[in-house]
Design a protein around this ligand. Structure first.
Ligand SMILES: CC(C)(COP(=O)(O)OP(=O)(O)OC[C@H]1O[C@@H](n2cnc3c(N)ncnc32)[C@H](O)[C@@H]1OP(=O)(O)O)[C@@H](O)C(=O)NCCC(=O)NCCS
Length: 157
C-alpha cells in the first residue's frame, strides 16, 4: 500500500506534468487501486525537498511495463526523467524482469529519452489516443531487453 504522503506527491506531479489535452493523467483512485496490487511499483525523484517526478510500473510474468513517467515542467531538462527511468529499469531487474515495455503517444519528445536507454519500437496501435480536440493519435509500443547489469554498471563500462 502506498503511504498517503507519497500518493499526494504523485498526484501533484501528475496534475502538473501531463498535458490535459491527451487525457493521459490518472486520478487518485486509479493510482491507489494500482498500488494496492502487489505487482505495481513506483519511484519518486526529490529536488530540494519537493517532489520533481515519479514513475509507476507494473510487473507481470517476466516483464515490467512503465505505466507513467512524469516530471514537473519547472524541473525538466535536469536529468530527473533519466534518473527515474534508471530507477524503473533497475527495479524491474530486481523483480526478475527480462524485458521492459512502455507505450507512448506518437510525437512525444520523451522518445529521445527512451531511445537513449535502448528502447526500440515493437508495435503501433493506430488512433489509440484521442486528444480533447478529437484528434486521433497512434500509440507506439517500445521494449528493451534487460541484461544483468544495473544502469550505473552500464554507464561505467
Ligand atoms: C518525459 C519527461 C518525464 C522527461 O523528463 P526530464 O526530467 O525533462 O528528462 P531529462 O532531463 O532526463 O531529459 C531526458 C532527455 O529527453 C529529452 N526530452 C524529454 N522530454 C522532453 C520534452 N518534453 N521536450 C523536449 N525534450 C525532452 C531531453 O531533451 C533529454 O535529452 P538529452 O539529454 O539528449 O537532451 C518529461 O518531459 C515529462 O514529464 N513529460 C510529460 C509527461 C510525459 O509525456 N511522460 C512520458 C509518457 S510516455
Amino acid at each position: 500500500m502506498v503511504p498517503a504522503d507519497d500518493l499526494d506527491r504523485i498526484l501533484a506531479v501528475m496534475d502538473a506534468a501531463f498535458d490535459p489535452q491527451f487525457g493521459e493523467a490518472w486520478n487518485r483512485r486509479q493510482v491507489e487501486d494500482a498500488l494496492i496490487l502487489g505487482n505495481c511499483h513506483y519511484g519518486l525523484a526529490e529536488a530540494s525537498g519537493t517532489c520533481a517526478g515519479f514513475y509507476l510500473s507494473r510487473f507481470a510474468y517476466d516483464e515490467e511495463e512503465l505505466l507513467l513517467l512524469g516530471v514537473i515542467p519547472s524541473q525538466r531538462g535536469c536529468g530527473y526523467g533519466a534518473h527515474l527511468l534508471e530507477q524503473f529499469m533497475d527495479g524491474a531487474r530486481a523483480h526478475g524482469a527480462l524485458r521492459v515495455l512502455l507505450e507512448m503517444r506518437q510525437g512525444n519528445p520523451a522518445e529521445r529519452l527512451y531511445q537513449r536507454y535502448g528502447f526500440a519500437q515493437i508495435g503501433c496501435r493506430p488512433n489509440y489516443y484521442r486528444g480533447t480536440n478529437g484528434q486521433r493519435i497512434d500509440a507506439l509500443t517500445f521494449a528493451c531487453l534487460l541484461d544483468g547489469r544495473s544502469q550505473a554498471d552500464r554507464q561505467s563500462t
